[in-house]
Write a protein that binds this ligand. Structure first.
Ligand code: FES
Length: 257
């Protein structure tokens, strides 16, 4: 009933055609009321007629006047004919989909690898910082039996040119007697040259070269004695002097760092 009331236009032709016939069948007094209440009359007619003569609720139009665009230029040749089964072209279309998916995956992985590599590289030291982190030393400037001090990464760096006597003495030390056991050969690349960081392992003072009970280094702060290999021999320091990474470019050039 609600649908009929909301669409009075649908049954209006029935209403007009049967209005007079229906009036004559109803007693006169009631029809007067209908005349006064015009809208109520219309509603009652609509209800009755919708039961007696069920009519279609609407009219479906074919919309043949709408021009549908032609997308043939954008379709694949295999699917241009609508009468052909799509199964016939499924292999070709699947191959294209797989190829596109694979290409997208390869590009995505490459892009992700590039982003991660650049991010990690940005956290490492730049070339100018790396250049400052190395020091090149001319060995011919250091006479035999002498120690020279350089500044490297903000710390003192000792480079000692040992004599044959110092070499043989340090190699003969019984490592079982050492606080931080390390053979001389483990601390040097070339026995003639000792390269150590000049920071006492006790509390960080700078030891004095060619001093102390063992002729190597002596820390006056609390009395630590190191030998000519930089090993702790007496005093409160717990460890040997640290040996940094270094290499010999040739017989006369040492690079530390
Ligand atoms: S800092 Fe060298 S002995 Fe204490």
């Amino acid at each position: 009933m609600m649908s009929t009331v909301t669409r009075p236009g649908v049954i209006l032709p029935y209403y007009r055609a049967t209005r007079n016939t229906f009036k004559s069948l109803v007693f006169p007094g009631a029809m007067e009321l209908f005349t006064v209440a015009g809208k109520a009359e219309l509603l009652i007619y609509q209800c009755c007629l919708s039961f007696l003569f069920p009519a279609p609720a609407g009219t479906r139009l074919a919309h043949t006047d709408i021009k549908i665009p032609d997308f043939s230029d954008y379709r694949r040749p295999e699917v241009l004919d609508p009468r052909k089964s799509s199964q016939d072209s499924s292999d070709t279309r699947k191959a294209f989909s797989y190829m596109l998916t694979g290409a997208t995956a390869v590009v995505g992985v490459y892009a992700a690898k590039t982003v991660v590599t650049q991010f990690v590289t940005s956290m490492s030291a730049s070339a100018d910082v790396l250049a400052l982190s190395k020091i090149e030393i001319k060995l011919s400037d250091i006479p035999e039996g002498k120690n020279m001090t350089f500044k490297w990464r903000g710390k003192p760096l000792f480079v000692r040119h040992r004599t044959e006597k110092e070499i043989s003495t340090e190699e003969a030390v019984n490592i079982g007697e050492l606080r931080d056991p390390q053979h001389d050969k483990e601390r040097v690349i070339n026995p003639k040259w000792v390269v150590v960081i000049g920071v006492c392992t006790h509390l960080g003072c700078v030891p004095i070269a060619n001093a102390g009970d063992f002729g190597g280094y002596y820390c006056p702060c609390h009395g630590s004695h190191y030998d000519a290999s930089g090993r702790i021999r007496r005093g409160p320091a717990p460890l040997n002097l640290e040996v940094p990474y270094y290499e010999f470019l040739d017989d006369n050039t040492l690079v530390v760092g």
